[in-house]
Design a protein around this ligand. Structure first.
Ligand code: SF4
Length: 183
């Protein structure tokens, strides 16, 4: 598909490692919009849609949450999602920042086999931070995850920041208490 020169300029502002994918995404959007060439406007729309980068370089932080596949059988994820929406607990750090929740997925079951693959996909869509859900990190009331350190390392190996937890205390002595339940 033909690109206008000023559309190519927009593409050059995208980090090199995602540029080939970004080119495809822009062309896909152009086709969806019934265009036979890529204009600067469609390139900017695609940049905002796929990478969250608005004109002028304004960018929302892109956040995803990975959670325990076993716990997902009994939990629809409301605690994680409400904590994100209301900037509570482990999401308090984003107060005043513009963010997008771009992924909410389970690890795929022991030993977290799906995490790397999906984190890699999210990376192509510009994810900045992945939260490991509290249920992956607590000692109780759910199963204790013996793979949590491997899962964390596999995300960090992609150059993505990991935050441990969503809406409960986490760490060695975290026994499933939510923040507001602390003494
Ligand atoms: S690897 Fe950990 S987080 Fe994933 S299903 Fe198993 S116990 Fe849950």
């Amino acid at each position: 598909m033909k690109w206008d020169d000023d559309a190519e300029e927009v593409l050059r502002e995208v980090p090199g490692f995602v540029r080939p994918l970004a080119r495809k995404a822009v062309e896909k959007l152009a086709r969806e919009e019934g265009l036979d060439r890529v204009t600067r406007e469609v390139a900017l729309r695609a940049k905002a849609k796929y990478l969250g980068i608005e004109e002028g370089g304004r960018r929302k932080k892109r956040i995803a949450i990975v959670r325990c596949d076993i716990v997902s059988e009994v939990c629809p994820g409301i605690g994680c999602l409400l904590a994100y929406e209301n900037r509570k607990e482990l999401f308090k750090r984003y107060e005043g920042e513009e963010t997008s929740l771009v992924g909410f997925f389970t690890c795929g079951g022991c030993s977290g086999r799906r995490t790397f693959r999906l984190a890699n996909t999210l990376k192509r869509y510009g994810v900045d931070v992945i939260h490991m859900s509290s249920c992956m990190l607590m000692e109780e009331p759910f199963n204790r995850c013996i793979f949590k350190e491997d899962i964390k390392r596999s995300i960090e190996a992609l150059g993505i920041e990991v935050v441990e937890g969503t809406h409960h205390e986490v760490g060695k002595f975290a026994l499933g208490k939510r923040f507001h339940e602390r003494d």
